[in-house]
Design a protein around this ligand. Structure first.
Ligand code: CTP
Ligand code: MG
Length: 403
């Protein structure tokens, strides 16, 4: 038996203009609980252990916007219709990679769950085409304007994405039927391809089409991530005179007579936020994840640590909703750099500016910060987690630790 892990790629189609939604910006770039709609699916696929690579088909006019919100994710220029965007995407994936399978997903469906992705991947092991669907529960009627006729809803399904296929099969079908106009990829299999397997879709995986859908999606995801956590972080680094070393605070280089001493770049602000994020998921502290004795972190850019902590939150299905950091020092002045720092932190955490707060205070000449011996930073992070990630106390633990 071949136990090698299959190479599964994902193609997210996001080249549409969202005409029915009618906003100035295409719906996939609008904010949804603090993250662009598109990022929800990019992030969930990127963090899924069964998925090897994620590609996004975008409109060429949105290349700059896309690079800003999803750095490091491969962008492919889509086409004039969804079907053309998929074909262009698959052709580009074929040039860059040779995946065994591909999952094709609409960016307009940000509410899919990790479990749904897992289910599609597992079902693909014994099927060439797998799609999520929900049995239709409403009564279905057909009308020609003049009369109305009730249709049987027996065996009718409302079909969603991601749709999973053997890569070579779906690419060949898309090439062969590029002239036809279809609304999903599995329709190609119905013309000439393999049998299509329907697995259980999810109510929360509906397509954002009209403005009211976005509000409903926000409520759906918020309800799923209602376990609100708060974490604090605190850090101190010593001020020293050292030629050639930069003073980094909250990801920005500041000009000053002194710099902060430390194994990494000693960015006291980013360290405090990193600890605050780790605290929300009860996952130790920065020193546990990045040993101060490890040569890899010598003079390291502390944005790496912060990004790692954010990745751990995301891996639990969490959403960072807000971070706040206070820098405690007499000098340098933080105020003039405040907004640049907020933008930098927001860039690292994919958070908009109104979810990142940077403050500063002196200690009126008192204590080590007052004597300018060091700089301290204190941070608070707020995260929403799915209730399922709550640690469960087993009977043994209760016997051992309970009173
Ligand atoms: N899509 C695409 N390329 C196109 C058209 C659509 O990649 N030329 C993508 C959309 O970005 C969306 C998905 O296909 O993620 C499903 O399409 P739909 O919900 O219809 O989005 P839009 O086409 O953008 O919306 P509308 O039809 O209202 O204009
Ligand atoms: Mg459309």
């Amino acid at each position: 038996m071949n136990n090698k892990k299959p190479n599964i790629a994902v193609l997210i189609v996001a080249a549409g203009s969202g005409e029915r939604f009618g906003a100035d910006v295409p719906k996939q770039y609008l904010p949804l609980l603090g993250r662009p709609v598109l990022n929800w699916s990019v992030d969930i696929f990127s963090q899924h252990p069964d998925i090897k690579s994620v590609y996004v088909a975008i409109h060429p006019d949105h290349a700059g916007q896309f690079a800003a919100i999803a750095p490091g994710i491969s962008a492919i220029h889509g086409g004039g219709t969804r079907q053309q965007s998929v074909l262009k995407g698959l052709e580009e994936i074929a040039r860059r990679d040779k995946p065994d399978y591909v999952l094709i997903h609409d960016a307009a469906r940000p509410g899919l769950s990790t479990e749904l992705i897992t289910n599609i991947c597992i079902t693909l092991k014994i099927n060439e085409a797998v799609i999520p669907g929900l049995p239709v529960t409403d009564t279905i009627k057909r009308t020609n304007g003049a009369s109305v006729k009730t249709e049987s809803r027996d065996n009718l399904y409302a079909i969603q994405t991601p749709q999973g296929f053997k890569f070579d099969t779906i690419l060949a079908l898309h090439r062969q039927h590029a002239d036809k106009s279809l609304t999903d990829d599995a329709a190609l299999c119905e013309i000439a391809g393999p049998a299509v397997k329907i697995v259980a879709g999810e109510k929360g995986n509906f397509k954002v089409t009209h403005p009211e859908d976005l509000a409903l999606m926000e409520q759906t995801i918020a309800a799923r991530c209602g376990d609100i956590r708060t974490g604090t972080g605190y850090d101190v680094h010593k001020l020293v005179e050292q030629a050639g070393r930069k003073l980094m605070i909250c990801g920005m280089e500041l000009q000053h007579t002194h710099v902060l001493e430390g194994h990494s770049d000693a960015d006291v602000g980013l360290h405090a936020i990193t600890d605050a994020l780790l605290a929300t998921i009860c996952d130790g502290d920065i020193g546990m994840h990045f040993k101060p004795t490890d040569a890899r972190w010598k003079n390291a850019d502390s944005s790496t640590f912060l990004r790692h902590a954010a990745g751990l939150v995301a891996a639990q299905g969490g959403i960072i909703t807000h971070v706040d950091v206070t820098i405690i020092c007499e000098a340098p002045k933080i105020g003039p750099h405040r907004d640049a720092m907020r933008a930098r932190i927001g860039g690292i955490l994919a958070l908009p500016l109104n979810r990142v707060s940077v403050k500063a205070t002196t200690t009126e000449g008192l204590g080590f910060t007052g004597r300018r011996e060091g700089i301290a930073a204190e941070a608070v992070a707020t995260v929403r987690l799915p209730f399922t990630s709550r640690p469960v106390l087993r009977d043994d633990d209760i016997r051992k630790w309970g009173t």
